[in-house]
Design a protein around this ligand. Structure first.
Ligand code: FES
Length: 283
């Protein structure tokens, strides 16, 4: 199985179809507000993994009910619920997929293909059940759960092995020692300009506004882009740093994600000033 996954990760033959689909998704899912909604910006967590719980849970429950007598109606209801709820989950997944790196997109493409097959089989199962052909409906549903399981396995690989839509910056906190760390003379910090410093080899950005200073991890939670090379801009009345790689925006006051593709907030560190020296520590 590992060898097969490595082959898919390296399958450059998938890139032509992947690049086309990526352009189509980016052209279709507009404006930015829609993309942000689908990335889960309002949650501060990716939306796709939350949405997939409904179809997967419904389909697994239907598979159990299909084994029991007198449960046809309940199983049909669950197959219908799973099929309908798979659509928004798929759209959110496509939206995330379009902002992944190439090797992640290759696995993501096969993940999407498996789930599309599952969805088609479940739609067929639902139609068969509604027409009274419950034997065919059950058979199609068991094929569907097999395809969905393959899709889930690939989705797990995408998240846990390849780190897609996982917060890429939070592990940096484990490399910062306890206690306060001196970062800069407050008086020497320029106003409204990003400055980069190190805390135990972990890069952080400093942004001074008056006597308030934000200290934030520099590595973007989306795919580790350097926020220190980003721009500061105002979004909905809040000063935000915009990642130079794919445009995720984070509030400098608090770290909340304002625009995706990151679905995760960025970590801001507590600060204090002692004898004119700015210090920060772990939250
Ligand atoms: S690395 Fe993708 S938005 Fe920052």
């Amino acid at each position: 199985m590992r060898a097969l996954l490595t082959k898919i990760e390296r399958a450059s033959a998938l890139d032509r179809a992947g690049d086309r689909l990526q352009r189509a998704v980016q052209a279709t899912l507009r404006p930015q507000r829609v993309r942000d909604l689908l990335h889960g910006v309002f949650l501060g967590h990716p939306l796709h993994p939350a949405l997939v719980q409904v179809p997967i849970g419904s389909w697994i429950s239907a598979a159990v009910l299909d084994l029991l007598p007198g449960q046809r109606r309940a199983a049909t209801t669950l197959v219908g619920l799973g099929t309908v709820s798979a659509l928004p989950a798929a759209v959110a997944g496509l939206n995330d997929w379009a902002a992944l790196s190439r090797d992640q997109r290759r696995i993501g493409l096969v993940h999407a293909a498996s789930n599309t097959i599952a969805l088609t089989l479940y739609a067929g199962s639902l139609a068969a059940r509604l027409n009274g052909r419950h034997g065919a409906g059950r058979a199609l549903a068991y094929l569907g759960i097999s395809a969905a399981s393959a899709g889930a396995y690939l989705g797990g690989h995408l998240a846990y092995k390849q780190g897609a839509q996982v917060n890429q910056s939070v592990s940096e906190l484990h490399r910062i020692g306890e206690g306060w760390h001196a970062l800069a003379d407050l008086a020497a910090l320029p106003q409204r300009k990003l400055v980069t410093r190190e805390m135990d080899d972990v890069s952080v950005i400093l942004y001074r506004h008056g006597d308030e200073v934000t200290v934030m991890l520099e590595r973007c939670p989306h795919q580790s882009g350097p926020l220190g090379e980003g721009e500061v801009t105002e979004i909905d009345g809040h000063a935000c740093v915009v990642c130079p790689w794919h445009g995720s925006a984070f509030r400098l006051n608090g770290g909340e994600v304002m625009h995706g593709p990151s679905g995760n907030d960025q970590q801001v560190l507590p600060t204090r000033v002692v004898d004119g020296v700015l210090e920060a520590r772990l939250p």
